[in-house]
Ligand binder design. Sequence first.
Ligand SMILES: [Zn+2]
Length: 148
Amino acid sequence: MTVHLLEMEIQEYALDKIHCRKDIADHIAVCEACRMKAANYELMFSVIKEEPKHSFDFDLASLVVEQLPKPSSVSSSTNILLYVFIFCFAGAIAFVIYWFREYLEKMFKGILPIVIYLMLVIAISVLIFQCVEIYRRYKKQMKSLNSF
Ligand SMILES: [Zn+2]
């Protein structure tokens, strides 16, 4: 007849497989019943370990955000690249307009300042939109974290 492990010994194994007694690990390796019990305890302990996440402070939250799946940050960096491209494009147009201002001035007398202001407005709105987008995404991540 097989002598099974005590509950305490199984818990010991579930808490720390690597540093638990060798005879416990040896028994777990050959005994299906004790291995199942150990797995149950492991699951239980992992749930208990998760618990503090419900009451995390800001630093912990940002730490978890870093560990979140990457797809959203990839798309955000793609968006930023797009904004940078739009910004550079708008800047290039503004520069061309400024460079040929005398020529353009003759063509569109009085319109030029409006065009420059328009470019500025577009550039500033793109920047503001970008900031709002980043803030919105951050808040969304915070919200999904809090709903755990
Ligand atoms: Zn056993």
